[in-house]
Ligand binder design. Structure first.
Ligand code: GDP
Length: 466
């Protein structure tokens, strides 16, 4: 380590309250709802505490990590990630999937590191803090609101709405609204309620692009005026100060300045390393429209990591940058390993356009297929004289099943090209019924929960700092 690096580490230590001089890595974990954030963080922590399955993490394999333990986190006002509860749920006698991420939460894991060899002896052991910050990807999507005013946002949302669930209901409700009429709170709440219901239905049907993100995960802001507005048709000429249109415009601006900005300032701006989890398989199974929508949502999410030269986010970040970003396609245990390279290729292709456009300012990026908690084992099934690479697992109803999810295309272009008449459907095998529960098993002492490539993921994210 050069003097510059040491000074850097010291500076990072000073920035955190817990260990004064201990270097701290702030790892952001994000992804859209149900992408797998909660399961990922739980597995990450469990597998760093018990490193028996972490051969791909060099510092674990060569014994440099001497000890790992949980510590009080540095931020007293952010909820703690409820690691113990989630781990119990996933690895108890009757395992089940925990409730997913609803808001921002945090956890500090500390590692005692003593590198081997000459250098290690010279440096002595040190403590590295890993602050894991969990936050909904939906909140990153709100970034695009920052460059739009209420009229532009409304027009965009209303244009994309047709064809989505409950769209007709919302649009026909709007038909009877006079945006120039005097605002009443009853009407405001009713319209906002109808819009929120539409967003939730779209999200449940697999649409990724559902702003404002906080409408779906309001937390303690539920019912506040900043979360009680909705898109309206273009501003009527006669919309006066106390009209519904003007009040919604005011609330939209309040949402940007009092919800979106503080999130970026207090959480996003402090992240060093980032993992973006993506449920690629879910989108592929849902069909071409969901894949396209996810691709666009990912491109939007990525804009947060390349804030350009101007703009408020660039100002806020200053010289600070996220140094590494891992894109991980989750739940890869639904597939036999023979299909994993295809999944990685699809994720890479999905991100290509966004990455090409992006100036990540030197951030290293990588795409991987992972399973944070492996719920299946592999098996081959014979069907009509064909051998199919399948997986075995326990379904949520307790039955054991050996299932073949269907095929992923060898060429990602087959998925990402606009869907044509007669285009093949992918993952149209048993994928729809692959509701696997976490596997019940007793872990050997020293082993964390089973996973696929979590060790490689962590090596990429923080290996260089251990
Ligand atoms: P979050 O909303 O991003 O926090 O998502 P969760 O971590 O709660 O995950 C959502 C759901 O995806 C879980 O309830 C599981 O059903 C599934 N899931 C997540 N990770 C895995 C995994 O590694 N393997 C399998 N088979 N399912 C997973």
């Amino acid at each position: 380590m050069g003097l510059g690096d040491m000074a850097d580490d010291v500076m990072r230590g000073v920035g955190s309250l817990g260990g004064w001089f201990d270097p701290t890595i702030r790892l952001g974990v994000t992804g859209l709802s149900r992408a797998g954030k909660t399961v990922f963080i739980t597995s990450l922590v469990a597998n760093l505490l018990d490193r028996g399955r972490m051969h791909g993490l060099k510092a674990a394999a060569n014994g440099s990590i001497r000890a790992a333990w949980l510590q009080p986190q540095p931020d007293d006002t952010i909820p703690r990630f409820d690691y113990e509860k989630y781990l119990n749920a996933m690895t108890g006698a009757h395992p089940y999937w925990p409730e997913g991420t609803r808001s921002v939460s945090e956890l500090r894991l500390s590692l005692r590191v003593q590198p081997g060899g000459l250098l290690g002896g010279f440096r002595g052991p040190r403590t590295v803090n890993l602050d894991v910050v969990d936050y909904p990807g939906e909140w990153l999507l709100d970034l695009r609101l920052m460059t739009k005013d209420y009229a532009e946002w409304s027009a965009e949302v209303l244009a994309r709405m047709p064809g989505r669930p409950l769209a007709e209901e919302y649009l026909s409700r709007l038909a009877s609204v006079d945006p120039a009429a005097r605002y009443t709170e009853t009407e405001a709440q009713e319209i906002a309620g109808a819009y929120t219901a539409q967003l939730a239905a779209a999200r449940d049907a697999g649409w990724s692009d559902c702003t404002p993100g906080r409408f779906l995960m309001p937390g303690e802001m539920a019912g506040s005026p900043a979360l009680t507005f909705a898109p309206l048709p273009p501003r009527p000429e006669n919309a006066g100060r106390s009209s519904l249109w003007r009040e919604f415009q005011r609330r939209y601006d309040a949402y940007k300045s009092q919800v979106v900005k503080p999130f970026f300032r207090e959480h996003f701006a402090r992240i060093d390393r980032q993992v973006v989890l993506v449920d690629v398989l879910g989108a592929i199974h849902a069909g071409p429209a969901a894949v396209e929508d996810m691709r666009r949502a990912m491109a939007d999410i990525l804009t947060a990591f390349r804030p350009g030269r101007a703009g408020w986010l660039a100002q806020l970040l200053g010289a600070r940058r996220v140094e590494r970003i891992l894109f991980a396609a989750t739940k890869a245990d639904h597939l036999n390993h023979v299909q994993h390279p295809r999944l990685t290729n699809i994720l890479t292709a999905m991100l290509r356009e966004a990455r090409d456009r992006a100036d990540f300012s030197g951030a290293r990026t990588e795409a991987m297929a992972i399973a944070a908690l492996r719920a299946t084992t592999e098996e081959t099934i014979r069907q009509d004289g064909e051998e199919l690479p399948a997986v075995r697992g326990t379904l949520l109803d307790g039955r054991q099943a050996v299932l073949y999810p269907g095929e992923l295309p060898a060429d990602p272009a087959a998925l990402l090209a606009p869907a044509r008449e007669g285009a093949p459907a992918w993952l149209d095998g048993d994928y729809a019924v692959m509701d696997f529960a976490p596997a019940a098993r007793t872990l050997k002492p020293g082993d964390g929960p089973p996973h696929i490539r979590m060790d490689k993921a962590i090596e990429f994210l923080i290996g260089d700092r251990l």
